[in-house]
Design a protein around this ligand. Structure first.
Ligand SMILES: C[S@@+](CC[C@H](N)C(=O)[O-])C[C@H]1O[C@@H](n2cnc3c(N)ncnc32)[C@H](O)[C@@H]1O
Length: 221
């Protein structure tokens, strides 16, 4: 029996990435091309790609919604875990990032799978067909709105689906009440974590991979 969790050192993290990352040459090149195009390197960590694919395959996901897509790194990784008829809707604020991502989705052979919607995600969500059903939602946009995103997507989730929020450890600051590091963002993450932890229609946990992912499964109402 163990009463403590093993802390993830850089060496252990590298071990996980070496063995379980789903990053290939295409995704590696996407990262370098995005950086060369002036897009900030704030995508998920390579070791998160394999985890997301395992999770999506385990629940048999065919419809994914991503909120905050940047250059398409996580979207392309997740779309690769979809069956042939699957779809991924990607909500992204910045037109130039969305354009880059759309081009990369086509290059990856996923042009008909990934649909990029440009604009503030809360507006894009409100404009979605309310009969739309998602198996998985990956939230990785502006942190203060995370809980609002959950509220907006819950009616569109199928029971047994999952909601995943990235940066759940808030750059290591989530448990530091005295933090002076990006307090609005840290507070947004804390509110999101508490919201999903106590929501009667969700069962949640936090997986400390990358900067942490809070994962909530949607219970039958
Ligand atoms: C951390 S990055 C996403 C990284 C991406 N998920 C990946 O791992 O490849 C956050 C993205 O959210 C976008 N974003 C921020 N606020 C947003 C909003 N209100 N609506 C939609 N997208 C937003 C940013 O433009 C940025 O591209």
């Amino acid at each position: 029996m163990s009463t403590t969790s093993t802390a993830l050192t850089p060496e252990l993290n590298q071990y996980i990435a070496d063995l379980f990352s789903a990053e290939d040459d295409f995704l590696r090149t996407l990262r370098t091309e995005a950086e060369a195009a002036g897009i900030p390197p704030i995508h998920i960590a390579p070791e998160q790609t394999g985890f997301l694919q395992v999770l999506l395959r385990a629940i048999g996901a065919t419809t994914i919604l991503e909120i905050g897509s940047l250059a398409g790194y996580s979207a392309i990784a997740m779309a690769r875990a979809l069956p042939p008829h699957g779809t991924l809707t990607a909500l992204e604020l910045h037109p130039t990032y969305a354009e880059f991502m759309t081009r990369k989705a086509h290059e990856a052979g996923l042009g008909s799978v990934i649909n990029v919607v440009v604009g503030p995600a809360l507006d894009s969500l409100a404009a979605l067909d309310p009969t739309e059903q998602f198996d998985a939602v990956f939230i990785d946009a502006d942190k203060p709105n995370y809980a609002k995103y959950v509220e907006a997507v819950l009616p569109m989730m199928r029971p047994g689906g999952v909601i995943i929020g990235d940066n759940a450890l808030a750059w290591g600051e989530v448990a530091n009440e005295q933090t002076t590091f990006e307090p609005e963002n840290v507070h947004g993450i804390r509110s999101f974590n508490s919201y999903v932890a106590s929501h009667p229609r969700l069962q949640a946990t936090l997986v400390p991979l990358g900067d942490g992912m809070t994962i909530a499964t949607v219970l039958a109402s």
